[in-house]
Design a binder for this molecule. Structure first.
Ligand code: ARG
Length: 449
């Protein structure tokens, strides 16, 4: 029983929140005259002392004391004597843990928010540098049309922006205080739940005591946002894995975020990126674990809910590492722009530009232009040359309406410059979005600054 019951090995991570919530609770008990002001002051200073001990030496792990709540209360009793027993008046471990855990998740959301901000700052900085660096854009991982590296990086800025909004949304929804719901039904003591909620930075108290001690939506909201965020990070990580492989050679990874092989001296492996990709699987696993733990639990508290913490702690630390790794990768990678540009020239990436030219300059319907372009690509392929290396006579033989102006449209530079529709890959559009993003992030407008 001792072994299956104890949560102290993991819930000691909640000690700061547990002390803060207990201090808010006892201050309210004193104000409301539920305990004397002397006892309230004694308990508060005792809690400060316990906190100082935890800070200095860590939280002692005595499994007989079960969890962080009992551990703290028992140390408080050793320090201040019988008055310690008054701290638990008008509360239960059920509302206590619900409060502590919310506070912990809220802090974690704030840290995640700051970390994502740093990732976005790295993305917009590199995107600004590479607003006009041409690379192949892919669909099906087949060369499709030229894009700019800046545009590609900014796609991940947009994903991170949505991730931040998911975390912010979760924070707003969870910011109600369950303290005072007691075991499940509320309490007969004249407590002031608005006061404790305000003292702990909540927007107000929760509305239903049964829901207060049973709700773990806030933890699931965090995990859902974390899972989604980790999927984005794993896609970015995968880009780096692909780009760093020799046949691509688009990027040289920072030494600080790669490793060598123990037997192949020439190797530089993208381990950090691979681990970010791998961690996303574990983070999604954490979400699944807690969803299944919560499924079908009757109201109110059940001990199953003690298992809410390990997956949240694990996901939070994996996510923090993943964001930090990708921030370093984006900030420090060396992009091999000449390789990217060379690759964009391969694979007839400007075939759509030829078709578009036929539509615009020769008035040919797009479907027909598509067909003519297909013939031109086939001819170029058979000769082993790029589209703009075909002779005008060859193009005219395919369709007489082609003239020499077409060549200006077939370069990769012309191709990206042409795509200046809102949100398109044209360098002017990329720079416009980078500038907007820098303002949104509160970064200096000038990239050099
Ligand atoms: N360690 C417990 C948890 O994390 C605290 C709540 C215990 N409540 C109870 N009724 N046994 O869930």
């Amino acid at each position: 029983m001792r072994e299956i019951n104890a949560s102290i090995p993991f819930d000691k991570a909640l000690w700061r929140q547990d002390i803060a919530a207990s201090k808010a609770h006892v201050a309210m008990l004193g104000e409301a005259g539920i305990v004397t002001t002397e006892d309230a002051a004694l308990i508060a200073s005792g809690l400060d002392q316990v906190a100082a001990e935890y800070e200095a030496n860590g939280v002692p792990e005595n499994w007989d004391l079960e969890d962080i709540h009992m551990t703290t209360e028992s140390r408080l009793a050793e320090l201040i004597g019988a008055a310690a027993g008054r701290l638990h008046t008008a509360r239960s471990r059920n509302d206590q843990v619900a409060t502590d855990f919310r506070l912990w998740v809220r802090d974690q959301i704030d840290e995640t928010e700051a970390a994502l901000h740093a990732l976005q700052a790295a993305l917009v900085t590199r995107a600004g540098e590479h607003a006009a660096s041409i690379m192949p854009g892919f669909t099906h991982l087949q060369t499709a049309q030229p894009v700019t590296l800046g545009h590609h990086l900014m796609a991940y800025y947009e994903m991170a922006q949505r991730d931040r909004s998911r975390f912010a949304d979760a924070r707003t929804r969870m910011n109600q205080c369950p303290l005072g719901a007691a075991a499940l039904a509320g309490t007969g003591f004249p407590i002031d739940r608005h006061a404790t909620a305000a003292a702990l930075g909540f927007d107000g108290p929760t509305a239903n005591s049964l829901d207060s001690v049973s709700d773990r939506d806030f933890a699931l909201d965090f995990l859902m946002a974390a899972a989604q965020c980790s999927l984005h990070l794993s896609r970015l990580a995968e880009e780096f894995v692909i780009w760093a492989s020799q046949p691509f050679g688009f990027v040289t990874l920072p030494d600080s975020l790669s490793t060598g092989s123990s037997i192949m001296p020439q190797k530089k492996n993208p381990d950090a990126a691979e681990l970010v990709r791998g961690h996303s699987g574990r983070i999604v696993g954490c979400l699944t674990a807690l969803m299944i733990t919560m499924k079908g639990l009757p109201l109110a508290y059940s001990k199953d809910m003690q298992d809410d913490k390990p997956p949240v702690f694990e996901a939070a630390s994996l996510l923090a590492l993943s964001i930090a790794a990708m921030t370093g990768m984006v900030a420090e990678a060396t992009f091999r722009t000449e390789r990217m540009r060379g690759a964009a020239e391969l694979g007839y990436a400007t075939a759509t530009d030829l078709a578009d030219w036929l539509v615009r300059q020769a008035g040919i319907p797009f479907r027909e232009a598509h067909h003519i372009t297909g013939s031109a690509v086939k001819l170029a392929e058979s000769r082993g040359v790029a589209l703009d290396q075909l002779a005008l006579a060859d193009l005219k033989a395919i369709d007489a309406r082609v003239d020499e102006r077409v060549f200006a449209a077939l370069s990769v530079e012309a191709s990206v410059a042409a795509r200046a529709s809102h949100g398109g890959t044209a360098p002017v559009e990329v720079l416009k979005r980078v500038a907007e993003a820098r303002v949104a992030l509160g970064l200096p407008k000038d990239i050099e600054a």
